[in-house]
Design a protein around this ligand. Sequence first.
Ligand SMILES: *Cc1c(COP(=O)(O)O)cnc(C)c1O
Length: 377
Amino acid sequence: MTSTNPTRSTDPIPLVDLAAQHAQVADDVARGWSDVLSSTAFVGGPQVAGFEAAFASYVGAAHCVGVANGTDAIELALRALGVGPGDECIVPANTFIATAEAVVRAGATPVLVDCRADTALIDTDATFAALTPRTRAVLPVHLYGQMAEVEALTAILPPEVTIVEDAAQSQGARRHGLGSGAVGRIAATSFYPGKNLGAYGDGGAVLTSDDALADAVRLLGSHGSARKYEHSTVGFNSRLDTLQAVVLSAKLRRLDAWNDERRMAAKRYDALLAGVDGVTTPVVDAGSEPVWHLYVVQVDHRDEVLGGLHAAGIGAGIHYPTPLHLTGAFADLGLRSGAFPVAEWLAGRILSLPIYPGITGAQQERVVEAMAAAVKR
Ligand SMILES: *Cc1c(COP(=O)(O)O)cnc(C)c1O
């Protein structure tokens, strides 16, 4: 009903609206799901293999291994590299908890580092300063849809330290011509419904061009078994469901068009917000082509501004309100307030505005009007 009516000027505007995406793939999904239902083969099958091949080729990696979610993808990538107890993995303090959680689950120690004040991405100098003889991996997070400065990281890292990309928010992003998921030795991504390429439930994938690493991830994710009932190691049950593979194949065909819509929406916000004092719009590095998973501005008095937006029916959010070292989950790292001044400063200023394929110019104008009013107050 509502989708056929023009948006009224009082309708709430959510942070993310998946309805327009679903409308475009609904027929493909119904047809594909009906095939799966009639075959009653719900795990594996040609749908999963077909999606893995299509996504690997989209990313520019030799292999894509579907897994149960993005957190598993990071953990399995680390385990495939042989990362475990006694090893350190460098993770930005400003990220979703999954990045550091996966390090702990692999048995290793997360070493948090600060981020850049402009892009909020992992800081290369801080990463360099955090290197120790125990460092095995660095996990740059391509946060908000913009790739971290992987080329600068590569230049400072000793050869034995591996880059494991957290590409959960950056499907389709590029930087100096290289695609997200194909610049490190191995990468992990998530198909959580709200990601740029989202499933209808949980899903994730590991991407790599290293044949042995791909085999190791596949083995670990299917009970340590390459052939039925032969188990060479103790593994996990972490696979991409057949029904989700159908959704993801249908959506992958439209991902570039949807990312273009996000780019247009970001450009429109940039232009509209240029006229609003007190709002810092997102910074994009030269050579970087973000896919705007989130559109994150900075403001003073953020909580008041957020309250004003919510009162006006605008679904703004914060990504993320608490840097990892100040969460209860990582209290045992023993890091106090002040440990990462940039991440802490940003956590009090960042504000994510609604962005998704299908957001209209009229909706964005309402968001910006509400911003202007909230910032002035
Ligand atoms: C979503 C996300 C993950 C984890 O993905 P799940 O599929 O929810 O496990 C990891 N890292 C980042 C930065 C994310 O945004």
